[in-house]
Design a protein around this ligand. Structure first.
Ligand SMILES: NC(=O)c1ccc[n+]([C@@H]2O[C@H](COP(=O)([O-])OP(=O)(O)OC[C@H]3O[C@@H](n4cnc5c(N)ncnc54)[C@H](O)[C@@H]3O)[C@@H](O)[C@H]2O)c1
Length: 439
């Protein structure tokens, strides 16, 4: 009788989709992933510490606009269940970790969710399983934090348990790409680990890109996000320069973008938002310091981008004063408070910082965002506000309307026709107008 190597057996299971794939952390990343795994034909299990989410999923409901209830129901019809019970992970062939990786109060990496997850998983790990970390993190996390913990259970990496890092590239609201069609990078702790990872992801994702190590995979994800953060910082700085010179930065970008090679357009805005771009670069900054390297581009871009809400508010104050008004006591309507258009995600939204600045200076605030009907509970911010409908009368009653997030559902013609003053941070009004100030 020939005994098959554990990797070969696992690879066969993944290729045949005859495997149980478990995803831990059913948020913006984990939920679409587990649904995709179910669609691809795997048996699936979702694990989360949030009992409310688990109950919703088990009732066939959703809590994410990006994953409609029909998708959850479709996955359930294929056997998907959710649980808070880590003991059920023992039955899994693949365990994919998609938990948060925020910054702590000192803006340093907070790996407590990842480590907490691994500690909860350890008692249930067994030989013959693949563990994949997808949470964005600094190079070295998989080898320094996951590997020794798994080995402490007496399990050998690359022989008993297969360990990979495969970063997520979710883009909420983007209808052009799906979990299946976004190419996925995968790096393994050993060649056998990589082979197992490629077999799993290859069975569900159209293109899987192998790299030589988990550290390369970890850093590739950070490079992607740092690339965005730095280029947005650059264009935000250019916006300030152009504004002083009386030049429209958006017209400049449109002109430059006609160059068919060597130029990639990035657009200025009211500040960075979301869970990735404002946070991830600082994972690298922190780790680079351990190697005696200062990541100056990252710090500088962070500084420029962080100054944007203040800059936008200054433009608003100037625009009011040109109309012989002061901000204190003025009625200001904030249009769009989600961090980017057409979604309901408020994480790190620059609108919140802008609202804080406006409130501190005495503005009478209201907001409208069809995706965020009530200002949500946030750790550091509280506004007792609900979204107001945008009507001609509402617009006309304002001293200023500030367009922060340019959702497609807004009626831009109506807004331009009735708002006495619009501060446009998104170039929704490219040709301008007597009541429009670009910021
Ligand atoms: N949102 C994005 O667009 C995006 C894109 C690429 C990468 N990422 C990365 O993916 C990771 C997850 O992000 P997200 O946006 O899905 O976060 P999220 O907050 O939407 O979801 C995380 C989920 O993990 C659960 N959780 C937390 N601790 C847990 C634990 N110990 N055990 C089990 N479940 C736990 C939470 O209850 C939550 O449901 C992060 O590292 C993030 O940087 C996010």
């Amino acid at each position: 009788m020939t005994v098959r190597a554990p990797t070969a057996a696992l690879i066969d299971k993944f290729r045949a989709r005859d495997a149980l794939v478990a995803v831990i952390g059913l948020g913006y990343v984990g939920l679409p992933l587990v649904v995709r795994m179910a669609e691809a034909g795997f048996r699936t299990l979702g694990v989360d510490i949030d009992a409310e989410k688990v109950a919703k999923l088990d009732a066939g409901q959703t809590y994410l606009k990006t994953v409609p209830a029909a998708k959850v129901a479709g996955a359930r019809a294929k056997g998907f269940t959710a649980t808070t019970d880590f003991a059920r992970l023992r039955a899994a062939d693949a365990i994919v970790i998609c938990v948060p990786t925020p910054l702590d109060a000192a803006r340093q990496p907070d790996l407590s969710f990842v480590i907490g997850t691994v500690e909860s998983l350890l008692p249930h790990l067994r030989a013959g399983q693949l563990v994949s970390l997808e949470s964005t993190t600094y190079p070295g996390t998989t080898e320094e934090e996951l590997r020794p913990r798994i080995e402490s259970r007496g399990l050998r990496i690359g022989e008993d348990v297969f360990l990979v890092f495969s970063p997520e590239r979710e883009d909420p609201g983007n209808e052009r790409y799906t979990t299946r069609t976004i190419p996925k990078i995968c790096g393994g702790s050993t060649p056998a680990c990589l082979a197992a990872g490629l077999a799993l992801y290859g069975a569900a994702i159209d293109t899987v890109v192998p790299v030589s190590s988990t550290r390369v995979a970890e850093m590739a994800k950070l490079l992607e996000n740092i690339h965005r953060a730095v280029n947005i910082g650059l264009v935000n700085e250019m916006k300030i320069v152009a504004d002083r010179m009386g030049i429209d930065i958006h017209e400049v970008i449109r002109a430059a973008a006609t160059k068919p090679f060597g130029f990639v357009p990035y657009y200025p805005g009211p500040g960075l938002g979301g869970h990735c771009i404002p946070i991830d670069p600082f994972y690298l900054t922190w780790k680079a310091r351990q190697y005696g390297v200062d990541t100056r581009f990252i710090e500088l871009a962070g500084e420029v981008n962080a100054a944007m809400p203040e800059w936008v508010v200054t433009k608003l104050v100037d625009a009011l004063s040109q109309r012989a008004k002061m901000l204190r006591g003025s009625r200001v309507l904030v249009l769009g408070i989600a961090y980017k258009k057409n979604i309901d995600d408020m994480r790190e939204s620059p609108a919140v910082e802008i609202m804080e600045l406006l409130r501190a200076r005495g503005a009478e605030l209201s907001y409208s965002d069809p995706h965020v009907p009530k200002f949500p509970k946030m750790r550091a911010h509280a506004f007792d506000l609900e979204s107001v409908p945008v009507t001609a009368a509402m617009l006309a009653s304002q001293d200023c309307v500030i367009l922060v997030t340019d959702h497609d559902v807004f009626d831009y013609g109506l807004i331009a026709a009735h708002a006495p003053l619009i501060v446009d941070t998104r170039d929704r009004y490219p040709t301008g107008g007597s009541n429009i100030v670009k910021a």
